[in-house]
Design a protein around this ligand. Sequence first.
Ligand code: GDD
Ligand code: MN
Length: 387
Amino acid sequence: MRALELAVVVPTFNEQPNVRPLLQRLDAVLRGIVYEVIFVDDDSPDGTAALVRSISLHDPRVRVIQRIGRRGLASACIEGMFSTAAPFIAVMDADLQHDESILPRMLAKLKAEQLDLVVATRNSEGGSMGDFSAERVRLSDLGKRLGTAISHCDLSDPMSGFFMLDRRFLEEVAPSLSGIGFKILLDIVASAKRTVRFGEVPYRFGQRLYGASKLDIGVGVEYLQLLLDKTIGSILPPRFVMFGIVGAFGVAIHMAILSLLLLEAHRTFYAAQAVATFFGMTFNFFVNNSITYRDQRLKGRDLILGLLTFYAACSAGALINLQMAMFGVDNGLSWFISGLTGLAAGSVWNYAVTRIFTWRQKRAAAIRPRPVPVPAAPERVISSASR
Ligand code: GDD
Ligand code: MN
């Protein structure tokens, strides 16, 4: 039996209808190459993982890693890439938008030119963004410019989610990977400590056949987190920076409400400050829950519990802020420095305590299992003859 040569890592979230068509296409195009396909599924409610398992029963070249209580395209790709022994590893989407027919060319190029990485690109001759809206093309361009700045690598399509690499290169960059958000390719090249030897193969971005894209506003925010991590990440955790930015908006809302109640509604300072604090904290909680902690977003009963712990933590944080600031003033520091010190102490407290009590990682046992639709009868998708 020939040795395993290529692994295709496919991150999935609710891609059940695309699994069989993708495997069929890979089988057709990868004849003569010894390969395996690894789906990394974030416990999709549509039963993607169960379907893949039913196929794996009959075809050992197909595997699934089912992650419980976690979300994230980049981190899913990383786990998939490290679960294989193959010397060459491709990453591609499940939704058939990435043209699998160029995989053999990517592999041949990687080997012949002894490259670290081959990227399937939409932006060079012969490639195309497909039916992207003008707005999405513009957004993609902006992201691309920022990406090039942090990666020091002149890829024509750094936002691509379709590429192939040499596992020695992967192992080299592994310690510096962020694993944040959607842009795993950018994460990889930005983690390299030397010039990356890369090649490109153009392709046309296809139409999604089934299911829906998971791209939304949060993906943009996670991109920002990745950029932060790659620039100042060794000094400040990007989540803390996000928490601080959200906090600054909270302060603005607080002050707006305070001035409204004080100057327009003529309430007492005490009442106005209490109401403003309440609204400021509530705003901070919900924005942090949907942006800063998007990957651990609280819902239902956890949301109420989280809100209460957030109020408690931030109330204590406000006291610490005041105490620190007063201590500064009492010891002869200027009001400006004292105010900043209080603010910094309060922010660190709020961040640390809510990180532990509000957005704590769930225990596996606390994640409620949900019923999964039973997939259709198993069938051989990839013939064993091609191995
Ligand atoms: N495991 C896991 N976890 N998979 C995910 C998650 C997640 O949280 N979110 C999305 N995926 C999977 C999808 O199931 C799909 O297979 C793939 O990642 C891409 O998701 P889409 O929602 O289809 O993204 P897109 O089509 O808008 O963008 C993709 O193509 C672009 C062009 O190559 C992504 O790959 C982008 O990174 C890429 O720039
Ligand atoms: Mn897609």
